[in-house]
Design a protein around this ligand. Structure first.
Ligand code: SF4
Length: 454
């Protein structure tokens, strides 16, 4: 640390002098950088709101990578009251709340704090769709000690980082495995309930549909599978794709001129099957806002996923047999080999045809299906399949797992998270501890419990 001391002497200890220098040459700080520095705690944790209330940031939460406010899972305390959990939105200008349509967007209902760095002369209230008044904080950019941008972390490492590092790797692996096993049993119990209510096939079909919707469109896919049950689609197998697309609200009623020739041909074919049936399903057709389109990888667009569900229905007897066998290699081969002459080259109905063929259901999705549906169902029949499940390889492609890894392992888990089971175990720990914590790790029991793990 000798060099640091030398540099401190070199730069001088008086921060205010440096700040004055900075103020003389003001720098326009981009919103993303302000957000990053806020998240890194550079503005501190205690403030006064615009109405003079004492405000403490109990938890900075995580960067929200999906549609909605900038930070999720945060917690604030006003005038020393119990922490209030929710989201934080940080804008450069207070009026951005209205300008960007947050006031009418239900995604912003969970905001507990609106931060901005400037405001106009007129007073401005931050109101949500349900007309809730959100506390406001005017951030003073002069509080920043220097003008250097910071690296944006996905989430802050937690208090358990050090005790996790001190444990032997084998023990950490064992804890993750234990959490994974617990999660697998929970999923199995949920599927058993679904199976008791709707039968084996419907339970499997609904669960696969939900996995296709994961995560942004889980609800519409669940509704779609409930409203168009498998037994109905199997009886109408030739029309299944048109019924699924029609009920999803993806079949435009008239004017096809905005589509290219190939898409027009594809839509006409579906439309011809759909128009005779649409009166039956009128109540079921999703409104345009039912689907989440933003923040998705193009290949995961819900239109492609509905096409994948149609393929699953088309090949149902094979899907059912694969579920009974629960063989990893055979399941992977079948799903990644599914073909759809139109959707293999399209991201959406509006996009241009791609030059390269794309898998309708990719490797990651198949791993999700195995971990969330096939193995939980199989484990109900044969508990020894756990030994097969725990070896199921997985890449780190789930944002939630990345966030949890940032918190517990400072994004450096080594080879601990190379299997789907370990990733599921991490998610379980994250949900059980991080998601319930509103003390910025201070009162979390996980670090203490680690020491007691046998
Ligand atoms: S809340 Fe608990 S488990 Fe989560 S990062 Fe903090 S100490 Fe670790």
């Amino acid at each position: 640390m000798r060099l640091a001391g030398l540099y401190a002497e070199f730069r001088g200890a008086d921060d205010s002098r440096l700040r004055e220098d900075l103020l003389r040459v003001p720098r326009k700080i981009p919103e993303l950088e302000i957000q990053a520095r806020w998240f890194a705690g550079e503005f501190g944790t205690k403030f006064k709101t615009t109405t003079g209330d004492d405000l403490e940031i109990v938890q900075f939460g995580i960067w929200n990578r999906e549609a909605g406010p900038d930070f999720a899972e945060a917690a604030i305390s006003l005038n020393g009251t119990a922490p209030l959990r929710g989201c934080i939105e940080l804008d450069t200008d207070a009026r951005d709340w209205e300008r960007h349509g947050h006031a009418t967007n239900p995604d912003y209902e969970a905001v507990v704090l609106h931060i901005f760095t400037q405001r106009g002369n007129a007073s401005f209230f931050t109101r949500t769709v349900e007309n809730r008044n959100v506390p406001q904080l005017l951030l003073d950019l002069n509080q920043l000690a220097d003008g250097q941008p910071v690296v944006t972390p996905i989430a802050k490492p937690g208090r358990c980082l050090a005790p996790m590092r001190d444990l032997p790797r084998a023990k950490v692996g064992e804890i993750l495995d234990a959490a994974a096993q617990f999660r697998l049993r929970k999923k199995a119990a949920r599927l058993a309930r679904l199976r008791d209510l709707h039968g084996n096939d419907e339970a499997l079909y609904q669960s696969l549909a939900m996995t296709l919707g994961y995560k942004a469109n889980k609800l519409p896919f669940t509704l779609l599978a409930q409203r168009l049950p498998l037994r109905f689609l199997l009886k109408n197998k030739d029309d299944a794709d048109a019924l699924l697309f029609g009920a999803s609200g993806f079949l435009p009623a008239n004017d096809l001129s905005r589509f290219d020739a190939q898409t027009r041909g594809y839509l006409r074919e579906l439309w011809e099957k759909w128009w005779t049936r649409r009166a039956e399903f009128e109540r079921f057709v999703f409104a345009p806002g039912a689907w989440r389109m933003s923040g998705l990888r193009p290949a995961n667009h819900p239109q492609r996923r509905v096409a994948a569900l149609a393929q699953i229905v088309k090949h149902w007897s094979k899907v059912r047999a694969l579920s009974d066998r629960c063989d990893i290699a055979a399941t992977r081969k079948f799903f990644t080999g599914l073909r759809d002459e139109y959707w293999d080259f399209q991201f959406t109905l509006m996009s241009e045809k791609t030059s390269k063929r794309m898998a309708l259901i990719g490797e990651t999705r198949v791993t999700e299906m195995l971990a969330n549906v096939f193995f939980p169902l199989a484990i109900l029949r044969d508990a020894t399949l756990w030994d097969v499940y725990r070896e199921l390889p997985a890449t780190l492609s789930n944002k939630r797992v990345e966030i949890a890894a940032a918190r517990l392992f400072a994004s450096n888990p080594g080879d601990l998270l190379k299997t789907a089971a370990r990733q599921q175990g991490l998610l379980q720990i994250y949900e059980d501890f991080c998601m319930h914590d509103d003390s910025d790790c201070a009162r979390c029991l996980f670090p203490a419990q680690l020491a007691q793990w046998r």
